[in-house]
Ligand binder design. Structure first.
Ligand code: COD
Ligand code: ATP
Length: 196
């Protein structure tokens, strides 16, 4: 049986923390954020289109994207986020779809960490979907701390995604990441028992 399992959630709810644990347990992980970084490496089609759209101000001296600066621009203005999405989502989709389709039917699960899984409609390609949930106050606090954002900037980033409560309704399994890492591990063990 084929097991291509999507892992999603909201920004900073703990998707990468979960996939890191799964990777340590020997599972294969494909990370859409990693693909998103590959398609904007200097001189690639994605990089060129972003420079054409946003100008060279979004580049570092070495030609790489200045990601925190581009993040400030797009998460501050839905119009710019829309433009970035129009450039990057087709490039990400092509690679991600290929990788999902390659999962063999030997029953060994492959986990796909996809932040915009529902926004970009990847659900039809996946066999099961896990959502990593954190309460709004926990999510806000973790995002502010990790990215050194003001309250307003963190709220804006959360608002740029579909609401977590909406996503929760569509998931096959919800991992509650409101506790400590020990509690998270227990949730992951339960998920593995149920889904695999
Ligand atoms: C704006 C960018 C340059 C900021 O880079 P930065 O290194 O600071 O953040 P990073 O890439 O690690 O993303 C962090 C988180 O932001 C959220 N996020 C990223 N892109 C988006 C987006 N287009 N819309 C809403 N939320 C997003 C996700 O929860 C993601 O996990 C970067 O996020 C980006 O290129 N985004 C577009 C690519 C994308 O859509 N990635 C998600 C693939 S499903
Ligand atoms: N159970 C936990 N206890 C304490 N801190 C946690 C826990 N889970 C995650 N964190 C911290 O919260 C922050 C966000 O977690 P993580 O980076 O895994 O989220 P994410 O959903 O992958 O974020 P993004 O959408 O931005 O990629 C990180 O700094 C992480 O170390």
């Amino acid at each position: 049986m084929r097991k291509a399992i999507g892992i999603t959630g909201g920004i900073a709810t703990g998707k990468s923390t979960v996939t890191k644990i799964l990777q340590q347990q020997g599972f294969t992980i494909v990370d859409a954020d990693h693909i998103a970084r590959m398609v904007v490496l200097p001189q690639t089609e994605g990089w060129q289109k972003i420079v054409n759209c946003f100008g060279t101000r979004i580049l570092q001296e070495d030609g790489q994207l200045n990601r925190p600066y581009l993040g400030q621009i797009v998460f501050n203005n839905p119009h710019y986020l829309d433009q970035l999405n129009q450039i990057l989502q087709p490039l990400i989709r092509q690679r991600l779809t290929d990788l999902i389709k390659k999962v063999s039917d030997n029953g060994v699960p492959v986990f796909f960490e996809i932040p915009l899984l529902f926004e970009q409609h990847y659900q039809q390609l996946l066999d099961q979907i896990i959502l990593v949930y954190a309460a709004p106050s926990v999510q806000l606090q973790r995002l502010q701390t990790r990215n050194h954002l003001t309250l307003a900037a963190a709220q804006q980033r959360i608002a740029s995604q579909m609401s977590l409560s909406q996503k929760s309704r569509w998931a096959d399994f919800i991992i509650d990441n409101n506790g400590d890492l020990h509690y998270l591990q227990k949730q992951i063990d339960q998920m593995l028992e149920l889904l695999i």
